[in-house]
Design a protein around this ligand. Structure first.
Ligand code: PLP
Length: 384
């Protein structure tokens, strides 16, 4: 289906009373029935008919219809956060006694779910180096039921050979989940490769305005039904109708935002690659990156985010650089209109070099962002 048709038309014009241009928000926790017969019929089809908003809500269903079409899957299910979507997809695929393989540098809370959290229920995890195919071969066990992937990875922006991983999992009948939040809905390679479940934090590119926390699992209708009747209804991490409506509104500008961010990202990446104050650039879309070929193969749209290292090991210099930024804000998360910097030095662990920082490039004009960086480099003495 045409992208514009999905973003602006799919599933709309359903209002029975008025022809609203913007879809209504069904801000109701409950739905009633005129007859016992109707009530009974709805109870037998709780997944698809509105009875109670922890289950099916028409506004949330409209968003799900669009997200499934955008990601190219049969169905989708929205959650109150990306982590809730990840947890539902993972828990649907494992039981006590199972073994999971996950790439290292996956999102930190996903690793905590797979490690200490599911460890309490006797689920074992092996973290592998996603750049090394041998690492996967050594990790398989008789009881492996799930391979969890994320490419590119958080903070380090490694790209992995998803096609290879998925085909190895398929040979063994092992389910696959890919966190495609970085890839965004415009990148369809996971569906073509046969990934079983694709998860997104809707908080990021889908929202685009830093005002909603949400998540989605995109998968086959069968898999989504299974998640609905189990993790979705029992754990109750529902998305509110109001948040779903905001995300439907956000989707109107989704393509335009992604295309604009792509242009900005290239300009800023080229600027930092040449800057003497930068020791290393970790941008898979820059030709200097070791995973550049994979990035071009996997993504049709450039991801407006990467990390870089300042040309210093001095924490004070790093802090002066960060504190000097006026427009680029210091914060976690990404995907909104505003550019954000996350310096590794704020983490409570020292996994990364002190001068490493992740940059998300928002919608401000690149001239403004470059002048902000020029000023910060000058203030911290990293001009030459
Ligand atoms: N996946 C990735 C790659 C993320 O970066 C995040 C959050 O930062 C999540 C999942 C979790 O999403 P949420 O914060 O919406 O729960």
């Amino acid at each position: 289906m045409d992208l514009t048709e999905i973003l602006h038309h799919l599933g709309e014009y359903d209002d029975p009373t008025f022809r609203t241009v913007s879809p209504p928000i069904y801000q109701s926790s409950n739905f009633d029935f005129k007859t016992v017969k109707d009530f009974r019929a709805a109870m037998a089809n709780e997944e698809h008919l509105p009875i109670y908003t922890r289950g099916a809500n028409p506004t949330v269903r409209l968003l799900e219809k669009k997200l499934a079409a955008l990601q190219g899957t049969e169905a989708a299910l929205c959650f109150g956060s990306g982590s809730a979507a990840v947890a539902a997809a993972v828990m649907n695929s494992v039981s006590g006694g199972d073994h999971v393989i996950c790439v290292d540098y996956a999102y930190s809370w996903t690793k905590k779910l797979l490690g200490p959290f599911l460890g309490k229920y006797n689920v074992e995890v092996t973290f592998i180096d996603g750049r090394d195919p041998d690492s996967l071969q050594k990790a398989w066990k008789q009881n492996t039921t799930l391979l969890y992937l994320e490419s590119p990875t958080s903070i380090t922006f490694e790209c992995h050979d998803i096609a290879h991983f998925v085909s190895e999992a398929k040979k063994r009948g092992v389910a696959t989940i890919l966190d495609n939040t970085y890839g965004s809905l415009l990148n369809h390679y996971p569906v073509h490769l046969g990934v079983d479940m694709i998860v997104h934090s809707a908080t990021k590119f889908i929202s685009g305005h830093s005002d909603v926390v949400g998540g989605v699992v995109c998968a086959s209708a069968h898999r989504i039904s299974s998640i609905f009747m189990s993790e979705y209804m029992t754990l109750g991490a529902t998305m509110s109708p109001n948040d779903a409506w905001l995300l439907i509104r956000s989707l109107r500008t989704f393509e335009i935002r992604m295309r604009q961010a792509e242009i900005q990202a290239k300009t800023i990446s080229d600027y930092l690659a040449k800057h003497p104050g930068v020791k290393a650039l970790h941008d898979p879309f820059h030709e200097s990156h070791p995973d550049h070929r994979l990035a071009l193969e996997q993504f049709s749209v450039r991801i407006p985010m990467f990390s870089f290292e300042l040309n210093t090991d001095n924490k004070e210099v790093v802090e002066t650089f960060c504190n000097s930024l006026k427009y680029i804000r210091l914060a976690v998360s990404w995907g909104g209109y505003e550019s954000l910097l996350l310096p590794a030095t704020v983490f409570p662990h020292d996994l990364y070099s002190v001068s490493l920082m992740r940059l998300y490039i928002g919608l401000e004009h690149s001239d403004l962002l470059i002048s902000d960086f020029d000023n910060a480099f000058k203030n911290c003495g990293l001009l030459s």
